[in-house]
Ligand binder design. Structure first.
Ligand SMILES: NC(=O)c1ccc[n+]([C@@H]2O[C@H](COP(=O)([O-])OP(=O)(O)OC[C@H]3O[C@@H](n4cnc5c(N)ncnc54)[C@H](O)[C@@H]3O)[C@@H](O)[C@H]2O)c1
Length: 351
């Protein structure tokens, strides 16, 4: 196995490493043996239906339990968390033990939240198996589930102890799920900062996949380390998400989350153009980046502008007035109170 790329997430006594590379899941036994208390306790391996990634925890662990949560966003509920916590209790998991969550954002959000609340918090390791999970969901400690009233409305900040991003397991990922990850990857192109290398889409395409993933992880790690609880800068990670969430609430239109984010990035650029924050070249750059990743920048057919704009306000991140993350001379930043006419005109520009 080639040496993994190691990216530290610097959060004081809650700091951890993200390891990226082909086969990194096979490092888990060694890492667990080195980090679990002696004698090693129990490990609960939680995965999702149909994921099928093999993960061994090694002989140092006293007892291993396997738990499967149902697939699909509809099972991302408090009921699933209760079922899982009850199963962990029957297994006898204690705070001296650990959870290993193996899956995409759905599994890491649910198992991460269960780990945050079970016995008031047990250590959790994420073995992330989707591109979106590896560059986004598994990093930064946001965990949670949906309510009928909205997505991710109940949750906790609970940092993992380690994240393994094994690029080998992405070989089995369905094409639409891979594209979804590329939408989030496109977003990072616009979020470069002084502390991290710029992410240029064309240059990125020439890099090996582990390095591409690592660049995104570095940027997310740096943003999370500077604003763990999303009181400011972490909001930038929502770039492109206002329209994306509205499209998802309006029915998805067959778009996966990251595909909707790609449309949302170009939409945000069109709004910023109309507010005089950026010029036409920068809008063209947004379109170019999205197209380098092979993603569409157009609204799906058959959706009414008024309905989408009404949905913008239902985003849980909207505090008081509608806030959009918009590009500008200093890069993307939150902007309040954008006029409805501008929002509608920009929607017409992406039809
Ligand atoms: N916590 C965060 O910061 C954060 C950030 C972004 C998204 N999310 C959440 O992540 C979830 C979406 O995550 P996702 O896009 O990873 O989707 P997902 O976890 O739902 O997985 C998508 C599909 O791929 C399958 N799959 C996963 N790994 C596979 C593999 N290696 N091979 C074959 N099939 C595999 C799954 O079974 C599922 O059917 C949403 O619930 C979203 O809210 C959380």
């Amino acid at each position: 196995m080639t040496a993994p790329i190691r990216i530290p997430v610097g959060l004081g006594d809650r700091s951890y490493d993200v390891l990226v590379g082909p086969g990194v899941r096979h490092l888990l036994p060694e890492i667990l043996a080195a980090s679990l208390p002696s004698p090693p306790g129990r490990v609960a391996v939680v995965t999702g239906e149909g994921i099928g990634t093999d993960v061994a925890v090694g002989d140092a662990v006293g007892e291993v339990g396997n738990f499967i949560i149902p697939g699909g966003e509809r099972s991302k509920t408090l009921a699933t968390v209760e079922e899982l916590c009850r199963a962990l209790a029957r297994f006898g998991l204690t705070r001296a033990d650990a959870v290993v969550a193996v899956g995409g954002g759905l599994v890491t959000d649910v198992a991460g939240f269960a780990a945050a609340v079970y016995h008031r918090g047990v250590p959790v390791v994420f073995v992330s198996t989707t591109l979106l999970g590896q560059i986004d969901a598994a990093i930064g400690g946001k965990t949670g589930v949906n309510l009928p009233e909205g997505k991710n409305l109940v949750g906790a900040f609970w940092q993992p102890s380690l994240v393994l991003c094994d690029t080998e397991v992405l070989a089995t990922l369905p094409a639409a799920e891979y594209r979804s990850g590329l939408g989030e990857m496109a977003k990072y192109h616009f979020l470069g900062s002084a502390g991290s290398e710029p992410i240029d889409a064309a240059a990125m395409a020439a890099l090996p996949l582990p390095e591409r993933i690592a660049r995104c992880v570095r940027l997310k790690a740096e943003i999370v380390a500077s604003d763990e609880r999303e009181s400011g800068r972490r909001m930038l990670l929502n770039y492109g998400h206002t329209l994306a969430h509205a499209l998802e609430i309006a029915g998805g239109f067959g778009l996966r989350h990251g595909e909707a984010v790609a449309v949302g990035l170009v939409y945000a650029a069109e709004v910023a153009l109309r507010l005089g924050r950026i010029d036409g070249d920068r809008v063209a750059e947004h379109r170019q980046v999205v197209s380098v990743y092979g993603l569409s920048a157009s609204l799906p057919e058959g959706i009414e502008a008024g309905e989408l704009i009404d949905l913008f306000g239902r985003d849980k991140k909207a505090v008081g007035e509608l806030t959009l993350v918009l590009d500008g001379p200093r890069g993307p930043e939150p902007v309040r109170g954008v006029d409805r006419v501008v929002l509608a005109e920009a929607l017409e520009a992406i039809r």
